[in-house]
Write a protein that binds this ligand. Structure first.
Ligand code: TXA
Ligand code: MG
Length: 335
């Protein structure tokens, strides 16, 4: 049985006790829901990998209550880490630093670095505080979705992904940001932006005093950086705004069941065509993105035609997620 719990003090304590007992707990963060386990307990962490169906070589992010705690998980805390932590924590930023000797390989996927994040969601913070009292205070958590699938931004999405396999889901309502955290790698020299998120590149550059670089070919493996990720079951096509109606109409006329996700209004002329209006602004769009894609990705939907987002920087992280959703899926990720 899976229980969706309101985030009362009693339920947060219950969730923290479950973590301390080696169990898996799903919880809200400001970005997306996480599937959490005690980061200091390799057996609990292994349960998260098994639930997600994620390859053991893909590292998890360790969530902590403060930057001081985060430093204890790192072997080396560079000045750049402190600058970013000062500016953006608690918040939707993950820092990759060299791991402390005590950090289990189960968490880091065997790498010598570790991803650290201090989330700002009040329920995540309360859970971390309670778990610091009752246990290690460090929660290793990937996004609460099966490997390669859309992240969860509502408690109901977590249930849809895992059903009764996750005994406790803390319900914090809709996640405010809606897309996964910005990831900056500081473990290998100059800062590298591994995953764009809600924090603007210009703000990162301002805090760092330099522009973070793009990852090169031998950058560490990050599942969010696989070409195909965040994928609905239906095929996703990214299409220029002025062609959306025509292409969707053509596909529907061809017998396909088509859904459209577009910021512009459309005429659903074909009965098999569903048209979802998306928010105009990037923050609103990110907030709704996974819920909209999940709603459109019904069994029987063949194609989701998505209007290509604007090119300006504010839409960068959204464009990144949509490109990955639209990318061809390798066979092992198709299930
Ligand atoms: O917003 C978020 O970051 C959410 C919430 C729950 O905090 N978490 C999340 O976790 O998106 P996940 O596991 O779905 O994505 C974490 C990404 C993966 O791409 C992983 O490979 C990368 O972070 N990552 C973690 N540790 C790393 C490391 N040591 N080196 C390189 N990449 C790392
Ligand atoms: Mg994920």
């Amino acid at each position: 049985m899976s229980e969706v719990l309101a985030p009362s003090a009693a339920n947060i304590e219950r969730a923290a006790r479950a973590l301390a007992a080696g169990e898996v707990v799903a919880f809200p963060t400001e970005t997306v829901y996480g599937l959490g386990a005690d980061a200091a307990d390799p057996a609990a962490v292994a349960r998260v990998f098994a639930l997600k169906g994620r390859p053991a070589t893909h590292p998890l992010i360790v969530h902590l209550g403060s930057a001081v705690q985060a430093q204890q998980w790192s072997a080396h805390w560079p000045p750049a880490a402190q600058r970013l932590a000062d500016r953006f924590w608690p918040g939707p930023l993950t820092l990759i630093v060299r791991k402390a000797g005590s950090v289990h390989a189960a968490v880091t996927g065997g790498q010598d670095s570790v991803g650290l994040r201090v989330p700002s969601h009040p329920v995540a913070r309360a859970l971390l505080a309670e778990f610091a009292r009752l246990g290690s205070g460090a929660i290793a958590a990937p996004s609460a979705n099966r490997f390669g699938r859309l992240s969860a931004t509502h408690a109901a999405h977590v249930l849809a992904e895992f059903g009764a396999q996750v005994p406790i889901v803390l319900d914090g309502g809709a996640c405010e940001v809606g897309i996964e955290s910005t990831i900056v790698d500081l473990s290998r020299g100059p800062p590298v932006l591994l995953r764009p998120g809600a924090i603007a590149l210009a703000a990162l550059a301002d805090a760092l005093g330099e522009r973070p670089r793009a990852p090169d070919a031998d950058a560490p493996r990050a599942s969010g950086t696989l070409a195909s990720h965040y994928a609905p079951r239906a095929q996703v096509m990214l299409v220029e705004a002025d062609l959306v109606a025509e292409i969707a109409g053509f596909l529907a006329g061809d017998g396909k069941t088509v859904a459209v996700l577009a910021r512009t209004a459309g005429e659903p002329l074909e009965p098999r065509l569903r048209w979802q209006r998306a928010p105009q602004d990037a923050a609103g769009y990110a907030h709704d993105l996974y819920a909209m894609l999940r709603a459109l990705d019904q069994p029987g939907t063949d194609v989701i035609v998505v209007e290509r987002p604007p090119l300006d920087a504010a839409w960068g992280a959204i464009a990144d997620r949509l490109q990955r959703a639209a990318a061809d899926r390798p066979a092992q990720e198709a299930g």
